[in-house]
Design a protein around this ligand. Structure first.
Ligand code: ADP
Length: 513
């Protein structure tokens, strides 16, 4: 006979039988097999014992004085503490076994005398295993119910937060950008009704971003899993423009890959900020001009010769004032561009000339920084404002030189681009992009962290807070570049590998007869 398994040997069995010989026989047989056996001769004592310390299984004699086996079993089944314990009836030799009653009162099995040891053991093991599996199932069930409760609670919390959030929130499908769910704040900001939005593509609603820019954002989102505070203009149903910061995260909604879009409407904040900045800048202009005049007088020696130390202090004052002038000019420039006070004076212009002019303008700075400037122009006609494109290229070159080590190189190159092929499959269905020129400024400098590649095009955004102080910048250059490029219906973006260098790409439409 195979030995009972370890777990079975530990099972606790209660034997209730008023015949001492039977009791002895069963106890010995079970103890020998490693079971823990308690034996009692009276039904009532057995019942109490089972209630006080429930065993794993009960072997119960039927014919007993005072309380017979059926009654004991009935009472066991009536009590929560003992209801689940499997009961096997034992009928003594000559007893009339009422099988139907045995099962009716809750017995799981019966053994009629004379019994075979192997058979009794096999039945006991069988019922212990069934009971154990039952217990396991009950525990798993309880765990599952607990998990379901927790999920429901989490879902409820999310739903409440989603509905009550003052931030507009929208859930869209990942690949198409179709609206799946929006909260009341989103409806308020957009001006649309829920019915008008659910099931629609963002591009269909004319919310201010094209299918192409949506795909770019999704591509970035997939690379980084989450996007934080991406600023863009959101168009409402009444064609009003709101400035929003968008943070997105990938989520799984019933097995579908979706995007959780959380908006922060900063229109009012931006308006106040712009007003403040432009007011301060205008106010700064006059005193700064008079400071420049005064410093000029000192520098030309018209007020007498300066000591060497005086000259040094004057140089510091001049450098800082020039930086201030640049800052104020950049702020006002950007403000005028954004408000449409400056429009692009587009003419047919030669790309090769522009690239050469930009290189010539930056050659002095490159020499000083001991950086080699390499230009690879291409003959192409652009429909552009040459001064503004030059401003963009010199800005990008100046950054590339500033963030390069002496002895390294900076490339300014251009190549013709067929929009459809380059931008790829993402453009399909929207019609081919017009043929364009891709200009890039590449350096071998310190590089830009991935999470900053987008934000550096915002006003005053720098990779390192000390960049503008150390490198003499204003933190506005790239914001101006982006504005200029966008006003040419072009695109500008940065790619970079930390420690290896950066590439700034500009796509501009070609001149078309
Ligand atoms: P700044 O006047 O500070 O150069 P920009 O708007 O032109 O302002 O650039 C913003 C920031 O982007 C810079 O301060 C710098 O942190 C980062 N940056 C721009 N170009 C490069 C580059 N070629 N290499 C590394 N970092 C760059």
């Amino acid at each position: 006979m195979s030995k009972p398994s370890v777990s079975i040997t530990k099972a606790d069995i209660l034997v209730i039988d008023d015949t001492p010989e039977n009791l002895h026989l069963l106890s010995t047989m079970l103890t020998e097999r490693g079971y823990k056996v308690r034996s009692v001769t009276k039904g009532l004592t057995g019942l109490r014992g089972a209630q006080a310390a429930p065993p794993d299984l009960i072997l119960l004699d039927i014919n007993m004085p005072q309380m017979n086996g059926y009654e004991v079993c009935q009472k066991l089944k009536d009590d929560d503490r003992t209801r689940e314990i499997p009961v096997i009836f034992i009928s003594a030799l000559g007893d009339v076994l009422d099988k139907v009653r045995a099962f009716t009162v809750g017995g799981v099995d019966y053994i009629a005398k004379p019994f075979q040891v192997e058979e009794v053991l096999a039945r006991i093991e069988n019922h212990l295993t069934t009971r154990r599996l039952q217990k396991q199932l009950q525990t798993q069930n309880l765990q599952l119910q607990q998990e379901i409760r927790e999920r429901q609670q989490a879902e409820e919390k999310f739903t409440k937060a989603f509905r009550a959030s003052p931030n507009p929130i929208a859930i869209t499908t990942l690949f198409e950008g179709r609206f799946v769910e929006v909260n009341p704040s989103f409806l308020r900001m957009s001006g649309y009704t829920r019915e008008e939005i659910i099931g629609c593509l963002a591009a269909e609603l004319n919310l201010g971003f094209t299918q192409d820019s949506y795909h770019q954002a999704i591509q970035r989102l997939q690379e980084t899993e989450a996007l934080q505070n991406h600023e863009f203009e959101f168009r409402t149903q009444s064609n009003e423009t709101r400035i929003v910061l968008l943070s997105t995260e990938l989520i799984d909604l019933c097995g579908d890959r979706c995007v959780l879009n959380i908006f922060n409407d900063i229109t009012e904040r931006k308006r106040l900020e712009n007003e403040f900045i432009s007011l301060v800048s205008h106010e700064l202009r006059t005193p700064m001009n008079s400071m420049i005049g005064a410093l000029d007088l000192l520098a030309t020696g018209q007020l007498g010769a300066l000591t060497e130390q005086g000259q040094q202090v004057l140089n510091i004052a001049i450098t800082n004032t020039e930086r201030l002038v640049r800052l104020v000019n950049d702020i006002l420039d950007l403000e005028r561009m954004k408000s449409g006070k400056i429009t692009m004076q587009k003419v047919k212009c030669n790309a090769a000339d522009l690239l050469t002019q930009a290189t010539e303008a930056m050659q002095g700075m490159a020499n000083q920084a001991q950086v080699q400037l390499i230009t690879e122009p291409v003959a192409a006609d652009l429909w552009a404002d040459p001064d503004r494109i030059l401003q963009t290229l010199t800005n990008l070159l100046s950054n590339a030189i500033k963030f390069s080590e002496p002895g390294s190189a900076v490339w300014l190159a251009a190549k013709m681009e067929n929009g459809k092929q380059e931008i790829g499959d993402r453009e399909q269905g929207l019609g081919a992009a017009p043929p364009s020129l891709r200009i890039h400024v590449r350096d071998q400098g310190r590089g830009i962290p991935t999470d900053k590649l987008h934000t550096i095009f915002e006003r005053f955004q720098q990779v390192d807070a000390s960049d503008s102080r150390k490198k003499g910048g204003t933190g506005l250059g790239l914001a101006i570049c982006r504005n200029i490029v966008e006003q040419h219906n072009g695109r500008i973006w940065a790619e970079s590998i930390l420690g290896q260098g950066s590439t700034f790409n500009v796509i501009l439409p070609l001149y078309r007869n």
